[in-house]
Ligand binder design. Structure first.
Ligand SMILES: NC(=O)C1=CN([C@@H]2O[C@H](COP(=O)(O)OP(=O)(O)OC[C@H]3O[C@@H](n4cnc5c(N)ncnc54)[C@H](O)[C@@H]3O)[C@@H](O)[C@H]2O)C=CC1
Ligand SMILES: O=C(O)[C@@H]1CCC=N1
Length: 267
C-alpha cells in the first residue's frame, strides 16, 4: 500500500507517528502533502526525515492507494476539488470533523471507497481512541488494513456514520476537556501549597489511574466513586461541592455542544 497524507498538522503528524512507530507502512511508501511545506521557514522534524514531504497535493496522491485527508473541514472541499480526478479507485480516509460520506461521493462517485475516522491526539503516545465508519464498498481485507493503521495509534471501534458527531464531541474533543480538568486539579493543589510540578504529576496520574480502573475493573464509575468516598470523609465533601456546581451537567453540555458543532461543520 502506498499512502498519501494530506494535511500535516496535529492530526496528520499523530497518524504518521503511529504508522512509523509500529512499522505499519514503510516510510518510503508514504508521501505527505501540506501547503506549509512551501514556506521557507518550514522545517521537518528529524523523526519524519525518511518520509517524503511535499507542498503539492496532486504529487502526493499520484501513486497512492490510500489517501488520508487530515485538513480542516472548512477547506476540505477545496482539496477534494483539487484531487478528485486523480483519486478515483483509491481508498479515501477522512478524519475531518462533521464531513459526511455523501460529500465525498459527490467528488468520487457513489461506489467510491470512503472511510471516516475520528481519532484523538493521545494517538501521539499510542493511547488514542479512533472510531471508524466504512462505506459498504470497502472490502474486508481493506478494512483490516485500515484497522491496523489506526490500531497503531491506540484503540479502535467501528461505528455507523450517524454516530460520528456524538463520537467527535466525546472522544475527538474529549482530550481537551480532560486537560482542563487536569489543569484545574493541579491549580487546586498549588492553591493548597503544592509545587506546580508535583501538583501536575498528582493530577495527571490520578486521571490516568481513574481511567484505567474504569477500563480494567469492569466496575461502574459510580461504584468506583463510592469506593473512594468514606462516610463523613474528604471525598464526599468534595463531591457535594462538584454537584452543587453542576459538574456533571456542565460536562454533558460541553460534549453536546461539541457534537452539535460537528453537525454544523458538515452542513
Ligand atoms: N486536532 C485534533 O484533536 C483532531 C482533529 N481532527 C480533524 O483533523 C483535521 C486536521 O485537524 P488538525 O490537525 O488539528 O489541524 P491543523 O491546523 O493542525 O492541520 C491542518 C494542516 O492542513 C494544512 N493545510 C491547509 N490547507 C491545505 C491545503 N490546501 N492542502 C494541504 N494542506 C493544507 C495546514 O498547513 C495544516 O498543517 C480536521 O479536519 C479535524 O477535524 C480529528 C480528530 C481530532
Ligand atoms: O476541534 C476540532 O474541531 C477537532 C475535531 C475533534 C477534535 N478536534
Amino acid at each position: 500500500m502506498n499512502l498519501a497524507i494530506i494535511g500535516f498538522g496535529n492530526m496528520g503528524k499523530a497518524i504518521l507517528s503511529g504508522i512509523l512507530e509500529k512499522d505499519v507502512i514503510k516510510a518510503e511508501k508514504i508521501i505527505v502533502a501540506d501547503k506549509k511545506v512551501s514556506d521557507p521557514n518550514f522545517e521537518l522534524e528529524a523523526r519524519f526525515s525518511k518520509t517524503k514531504v511535499v507542498a503539492d497535493n496532486l504529487q502526493a496522491v499520484a501513486k497512492a492507494d490510500l489517501i488520508i485527508l487530515a485538513v480542516k473541514p472548512q477547506i476540505i472541499r477545496k482539496v477534494l476539488e483539487e484531487i478528485k480526478n486523480d483519486s478515483k479507485d483509491k481508498i479515501i480516509v477522512s478524519v475531518a470533523a462533521g464531513i459526511k460520506k455523501s460529500l465525498f461521493s459527490q467528488y468520487f462517485g457513489e461506489k467510491a471507497k470512503i472511510v471516516r475516522v475520528m481519532p484523538n491526539t493521545p494517538a501521539l503516545v499510542a493511547s488514542g481512541m479512533s472510531a471508524i465508519y466504512y462505506s459498504k464498498t470497502v472490502k474486508p481485507h481493506e478494512k483490516d488494513f485500515i484497522e491496523k493503521v489506526f490500531g497503531a495509534l491506540g484503540e479502535t471501534v467501528e461505528i455507523s456514520e450517524d454516530k460520528m458527531d456524538a463520537v467527535t464531541g466525546l472522544s475527538g474533543s474529549g482530550p481537551a476537556f480532560v486537560y482542563l480538568f487536569i489543569e484545574a486539579l493541579a491549580d487546586a493543589g498549588v492553591l493548597k501549597g503544592l509545587d506546580r510540578k508535583t501538583a501536575l504529576k498528582l493530577a495527571a496520574q490520578t486521571v490516568k489511574g481513574g481511567a484505567e480502573m474504569v477500563l480494567k475493573s469492569a466496575k461502574h464509575p459510580a461504584e468506583l466513586k463510592d469506593m473512594v468516598a468514606s462516610p463523613a470523609g474528604t471525598t464526599i465533601t468534595g463531591l457535594a461541592e462538584l454537584e452543587a456546581n453542576s459538574f456533571r451537567s456542565t460536562v454533558i453540555k460541553a460534549v453536546k455542544a461539541a457534537a452539535e458543532r460537528s453537525e454544523e461543520l458538515g452542513n
